[in-house]
Design a protein around this ligand. Structure first.
Ligand code: SF4
Ligand code: SF4
Length: 80
């Protein structure tokens, strides 16, 4: 799971940005064999690195749930 740094957290609070906790269950995720979440995310939160899905930019998440809803293996959890 990626963590948001304290400076980024303060930046999010100051800008009223929604703070999102994204959790990826790597035991369930099919990585680059799937990659649907990386394709559907409107703000490019995910990247594919070394055949795995990486939560690269969690602070860009807009809390739309598209990735969680479309994941075929229920590998993603989005909370705030
Ligand atoms: S949609 Fe689900 S199974 Fe597919 S790459 Fe994303 S997290 Fe993994
Ligand atoms: S909830 Fe929406 S914006 Fe956030 S990571 Fe998932 S698809 Fe991207």
């Amino acid at each position: 799971m990626s963590e948001i740094s304290t400076p980024q957290l303060m930046k999010n609070i100051m800008s009223d940005q929604i703070i999102v906790n994204i959790q990826l269950d790597e035991d369930k995720c099919q990585g680059s064999k799937c990659g649907i979440c990386a394709c559907i995310c409107p703000t490019n939160v995910f990247t594919v690195e070394s055949d795995k899905i990486c939560i690269k930019s969690p602070d860009y998440c807009k809390f739309c749930f598209k990735c969680m809803e479309i994941c075929p293996n229920a590998a993603l959890s989005i909370t705030r």
